[in-house]
Design a protein. Sequence first.
Length: 380
Amino acid sequence: MEKKVQGEMGWVNLLRIIACFLVVLSHSCDPFVSQFDTNRQSFLTGVFTGSFVRACVPLFVMMSGVLLLPINMSLADFYKKRIVRILIPLAFWSIVLPILFYVYLNFVNPGTQNKALNLANHTFDATFGKLYTFIFNFSFATIPLWYMYMLVGLYLIMPVFSGWLKQATKKDIEVFLGVWGIALLLPYIKMAAPLLGYNGNYGNMGLFGVCDWNDYGTFYYISGFTGYLVLAYYLVKYPLDWSWNKMLSITIPMFLLGYLITSFGFIETQKHFPGNYANLEIVWYFAGINVFMMTFAVFVIVQKMNIASSAGLSKLASLTFGIYLCHFVFVEVGYDVVEAIAAPLHPLIKIISIACFTFAISALVVLLMRSFKLTRRFVM
């Protein structure tokens, strides 16, 4: 299924490239968003640009749904093939990225002005701890790798969904997606509940059964990224039979509404919780209704384009996994380079320049690593 889709549908490769670049662009916004009210222009530019690209990760997840569902192998074989492929590069980059950050920030450019960085997190002692604590979770130096931990979880559950999808009717899948759609509203229900008098239980503000002794509430098992997997499968099996006029008249307003909620919601939240990422990230949740609106629009538009497959497109798409894994440290390098040579430029030009620099350098690194058998497995 994976080889067939990649070979026959160029739009899949295009979507992978778009998603990868949007990820790089989103991280290129971080140094500007982190300036908050100390530099209002940089902050607002970072927010409006970062909000525009929030569909990046859901698009990656949907690619997994397109390429892997339904699964036509045993559960054990699937786990062996897919999860091992994730764990090896996860372990490698969880060690290499902190070391690269340590070397860069302590020896190459210890005077960085990137306000998204806390240099205390990149001392020798702090770095040494990251070399083994990654078995529990990612660190700042490996922020993009949160996706890898999540992806392993998706792979664990995908064979179960696959078995159901093989016998599910179109209506069955639509019912599932409808319930999942309700779950996309949960972040905002949680924000609104205290305003309506909800005081939580013993200080825990979780909803629908979530409390200190239970993390798994009503919608836990049918929320999050699993819906994007099923949605991708549904849209490929039952593609929308819309004319371009209908497609654009629905998806463009849908994207814009989602974008406005995402960007202005972030700015409004900053007013009430200045610099508090735990609250600021709520409107940036990938599994929130506003980001879904943007993701759906991008996916179905690119799908309808039905781009022809080409060697160049396939080649670049094959680099995206490795680019995702290694790019984060080059965002920092790119920020320092751009600030050194183009400080007076508008923040938007800086962000785009950092993203292009990072994407290009990361692609070259991946190409180099793929040329050696010893390092190939860490980027593919």
